[in-house]
Design a binder for this molecule. Structure first.
Ligand code: FE2
Length: 166
């Protein structure tokens, strides 16, 4: 998943941010890309479980150590829905690709955001991301409470959002 989707994402990033795209491409083979496995599989859904990966850059298991802090890269394949969820950790998303859909409350309508439009989530703020035709590549940051697991928030419209093509 990472090799193919990261290549597509970096191809979209390179025209405006060539040095950053080259740096990520160069670093990626040395990074520990993993999936987030704290969600119950039936709640988060198979599509997301099999189509995302993240790699910490700064954190307890990262190339640069920090305690109770996590900063890195997050990648999700095109058209995938990352269902409504929340967590104790305050969170920054700095998307490097776009567009993608967001909402910040269960069953609300999607808001479309372009690349390079950051999102800040206060603790336990609900959020959902619907990936567009380009793989979603972002820097993420969790500024504390990084060992508190995230929770899925049930919604009624996931089937429609999973079928949606942005
Ligand atoms: Fe989050």
């Amino acid at each position: 998943m990472v090799d193919a989707q990261l290549g597509h994402a970096l191809a979209a990033l390179a025209p405006t941010h060539l040095a950053l795209a080259a740096a990520i491409a160069g670093a990626s083979p040395a990074l520990n890309w993993i999936t987030y496995d704290s969600y119950p599989p039936d709640q988060i859904g198979a599509a997301f479980r099999n189509a995302h990966a993240f790699a910490s850059l700064i954190g307890t298991q990262a190339p640069y150590f920090a305690a109770d802090f996590d900063f890195g890269l997050f990648l999700v394949a095109p058209h995938v829905l990352y269902r409504d969820h929340c967590h104790a950790a305050p969170e920054l998303y700095a998307p490097l690709t776009g567009p993608h859909g967001w909402r910040f409350g269960v069953d609300r309508p999607l808001v479309l955001k372009p690349a390079h439009d950051p999102v800040w989530n206060d603790p336990f703020r609900p959020h959902l991301t619907k990936v567009g035709p380009t793989p979603f590549l972002a820097f993420f940051g969790w500024t504390r409470d990084v060992n508190e697991p995230a929770s899925v928030l049930p919604a009624t419209d996931w089937p429609a959002l999973e079928a949606l093509i942005l």
